[in-house]
Design a protein around this ligand. Structure first.
Ligand code: NDP
Length: 274
């Protein structure tokens, strides 16, 4: 059966560059996915004009029915998924006047909870030899180091469960509402906490795959693309989107038979300490 790669939030920025690279290097169908059909189709047109042949499927990770519709499509059409890159993410601009509790709720919703929904529905579809890449950030590592000793210990522990992590992420959002997050051990960064959570979730799910599907050789990792010139990061960042795609694509295309990295946080193609 034809292989398939799916990249979330790939109508622009790093996601679009990941699709471009996969179109050149992955032997199978590659899907641009976007929450907005028009923006997604424009991206497909742009890549088509470069001589590439991506396909498109609508996918809004904040909409559970969009996730389940897409999951059913890939299961029916391809028998599952070979490569999944969870790239979709948001960040409030520094100057955004939205109150911190709003920023916390909205940022955690997309970057952590919605990405988790994607993983809940797509990891079971991953075919043997599949690769899952979660685009996290070095900001999540920096944020880890700014958390209380107690939180750091939980985020680094091998026995933290998905339920415990979800409760901790909810607790952060709740504590911001009464401005008690700092005394509860959290730093003042919603984006950072969302990416700390995504990296820890990646480690939890990788351990679960090793335990429950050891024969399937699925590798699941979190990564940082580097600081990349996009609408999110602005035009002063040093890397182009194509350069930002290098590490996510490296993880998406880890060769058959590879056993590592798995459950790691990877930057510049190197496993980073956590
Ligand atoms: P952009 O803002 O350029 O692109 C973000 C993409 O995510 C867009 O396609 C956007 O779609 C999409 N998206 C947002 N919300 C949803 C949703 N609910 N469902 C589906 N798609 C959604 O950002 P970047 O390319 O810079 O960022 C890509 C990833 O890389 C993010 O996860 C980011 O946190 C991470 N990252 C980026 C860094 C950088 O320096 N740029 C550094 C470290 C990590 P739409 O166009 O519809 O808004």
């Amino acid at each position: 059966m034809t292989k398939v790669a799916v990249v979330t939030g790939s109508n622009k920025g790093i996601g679009l560059a990941i699709v471009r690279a996969l179109c050149k290097q992955f032997e199978g169908d590659v899907y641009v996915t976007a929450r907005d059909k028009g923006r997604g189709e424009d991206a497909v047109k742009a890549l088509t004009s470069e001589g590439l042949k991506p396909k498109f499927h609508q996918l809004d990770i904040n909409d559970l029915s969009s996730i389940t519709t897409a999951a059913a499509f890939f299961k029916d059409t391809y028998g599952g998924v070979d490569v999944l890159v969870n790239n979709a993410g948001i960040a409030f601009k520094m100057a955004d006047p939205a109150p911190f509790p709003v920023q916390a709720e909205v940022t955690l919703q997309t970057n952590f909870f919605a990405t988790r929904d994607m993983l809940t529905h797509f990891v079971p579809l991953m075919k043997p030899g599949g690769r899952v890449v979660n685009v996290s950030s070095f900001v999540g590592s920096r944020t880890l180091n700014q958390c209380s000793k107690e939180l750091q210990a939980r985020f680094r522990s091998e026995d933290i469960t998905e339920d415990e992590l979800v409760e901790l992420m909810k607790r952060f959002v709740e504590k911001t509402k009464s401005d008690q997050h700092k005394e509860d051990g959290w730093p003042q960064t919603a984006y950072g906490v969302s990416k700390t959570g995504l990296t820890v979730l990646s480690m939890i799910l990788a351990r679960r795959l090793s335990k429950e599907r050891p024969q399937d050789n699925i590798l699941l990792n979190a990564c940082c693309p580097g600081w990349v010139r996009t609408d999110m990061a602005g035009d002063k960042a040093p890397k182009s989107p194509d350069e930002g795609a290098i590490t996510p694509v490296y993880l998406a295309l880890l060769p058959p038979g590879a056993t590592e990295p798995h459950g790691r946080f990877v930057s510049d193609k190197e496993v980073q300490s956590w």
